[in-house]
Write a protein that binds this ligand. Structure first.
Ligand SMILES: *[C@@H]1O[C@H](CO)[C@@H](O)[C@H](O)[C@H]1NC(C)=O
Ligand SMILES: *[C@@H]1O[C@H](CO)[C@@H](O)[C@H](O)[C@H]1NC(C)=O
Ligand SMILES: *[C@@H]1O[C@H](CO)[C@@H](O)[C@H](O)[C@H]1NC(C)=O
Ligand SMILES: *[C@@H]1O[C@H](CO)[C@@H](O)[C@H](O)[C@H]1NC(C)=O
Ligand SMILES: *[C@@H]1O[C@H](CO)[C@@H](O)[C@H](O)[C@H]1NC(C)=O
Length: 373
């Protein structure tokens, strides 16, 4: 008697549980599936291994959202891909999979905010891969678009940056708008990094170059490869490799998450994070380039720091920008911005004060000087 009561209950709870599992953590979507940006539920899809999440992350202290991919199992939401960086979605915006336009974000009042670009066929489904790659598939289950082919500021193991493509940094650690630095595999095969002037986008001189161009016997680079073992190299036309991350000991990709990010302050950094429960360590630097970004001052732009600011190298080869004495930040909220004097420069004051000198000179290295307009 007891069995006959228990069995239906068990069956019911098993069925109910498996339905709720499917509903909670799915990794594939079909045409017409949609997801709404709201504060209480950011994750739409989860990669089968549970390592990566795909959905709408709220931007810090705001009611707007960014379509993103992030690590699902670590507590700080490290974002590795984002879509609508210069057009964030207000609360209530809808993301939908559409056969002709792929992923489409529509605001609550019906404006189209973003859609996938460069589709080469009609879409039939979306699959979120364990590598962190979200793939749109065509009728024959071939890939017609991938987040891996449309990178933001980060490459993941098994991701490739083809010739002509680039990473573009974010503006600040927590501001995902287009930032000041680019890592580009030029059409001549050279892997380069430079700053750009905002908002024009004018590219300043390169502060890093791999030199993988066709000269004499060496052949040109065709792609930047971040392989499954975590090595970064430029693959040349003759299949030779130029190791970008030279001198790096192998990091176990079973034990660690790896990512290669162009940081908002212009340093291309290979990071690792333990996968296990010992999370206190967080992200640590394995390798980075350039060796000293402060050594580089642009002819046209201001270098890594703003005008009238000087650069020192901190931990992890990241730049620290400071204003000289008696100078203050033009924008107090932007420590990487330009500085201005807190006094009036001129001879009139000096002449009035006959007894003592008003001005001192101080020698500073890596100081980026304001140029005449
Ligand atoms: C769904 O994934 C989350 C991790 O993001 C996990 O904590 C949860 O247990 C999963 N739910 C089910 C029902 O598997
Ligand atoms: C999230 O909030 C919406 C509306 O505010 C509500 O309808 C929905 O049930 C909530 N979802 C969860 C998972 O709490
Ligand atoms: C998905 O991931 C698997 C294993 O990581 C890989 O073999 C496969 O090529 C990937 N598919 C796509 C479309 O990226
Ligand atoms: C990011 O910076 C841009 C440019 O300064 C600004 O317009 C935007 O509001 C910022 N976004 C956030 C979320 O603070
Ligand atoms: C490049 O790195 C690979 C993997 O560590 C190594 O086997 C190879 O010898 C390196 N090549 C050069 C030229 O250093």
């Amino acid at each position: 008697m007891a069995y006959s009561l228990l069995l239906p209950f068990l069956l019911y709870s098993l069925i109910f549980q498996s339905i709720s599992v499917l509903a909670q953590n799915k990794s594939t979507i079909a045409i017409g599936d949609s997801f709404t940006a709201q504060t209480n539920n950011s994750q739409w899809l989860l990669s089968p291994s549970g390592d990566f999440a795909f959905g709408f992350l709220p931007l810090e202290n705001t009611d707007v959202f960014l379509l993103s991919i992030w690590y699902a199992k670590i507590s700080d939401k490290t974002v590795v891909w984002y879509a609508n960086r210069d057009n964030p979605a207000p609360k209530g915006s809808k993301l939908e999979l559409n056969a002709n336009d792929g992923l489409v974000i529509t605001s609550p009042n019906g404006d189209r905010l973003w859609n996938t670009e460069g589709l080469n066929a009609k879409v039939s489904s979306g699959v979120f891969n364990d590598t962190g790659n979200f793939v749109l598939k065509g009728g024959k289950l071939n890939s017609v678009w991938e987040t891996f082919q449309s990178p933001s500021d980060t490459l993941l193991p098994s991701q490739i940056l083809p010739k002509g493509e680039k990473l573009s940094s974010r503006l600040k650690e927590t501001n995902f708008s287009t930032g000041r630095f680019e890592l580009l595999l030029q059409n001549d095969g050279n892997l380069v990094m430079h700053s750009i002037n905002l908002p024009s986008g004018y590219a300043n001189e390169n502060y890093y170059e791999s030199g993988t161009v066709a000269i004499d016997t060496s052949s040109a680079g065709t792609q930047l490869v971040f392989d499954r073992s975590g090595y970064l190299y430029v693959l040349r036309e003759n299949n030779d490799r130029f190791n970008v991350s030279e001198g790096v000991n192998k990091v176990s990709t079973t034990d660690f998450y790896l990512r290669a990010t162009l940081t908002f302050d212009g340093v291309f950094t290979l990071y690792k994070h333990p996968k296990g429960s010992t999370e206190s360590e967080g992200w640590t630097t394995v390798w980075s380039k350039p060796d000293n970004i402060c050594n580089h001052v642009d002819n046209e732009g201001s270098g890594v720091c703003g005008y009238n600011s000087f650069c020192t190298l901190g931990d992890d080869k990241r730049p620290i920008c400071q204003c000289p004495q008696r100078y203050v930040l033009v924008d107090p909220d932007d420590p990487y911005g330009s500085c201005k004097p807190d006094f009036i420069q001129g001879c009139a004051e000096d002449e009035l004060s006959k007894t003592n000198d008003l001005y001192d000179f101080e020698r500073l290295l890596h100081f980026s000087v304001q140029k005449e307009a």
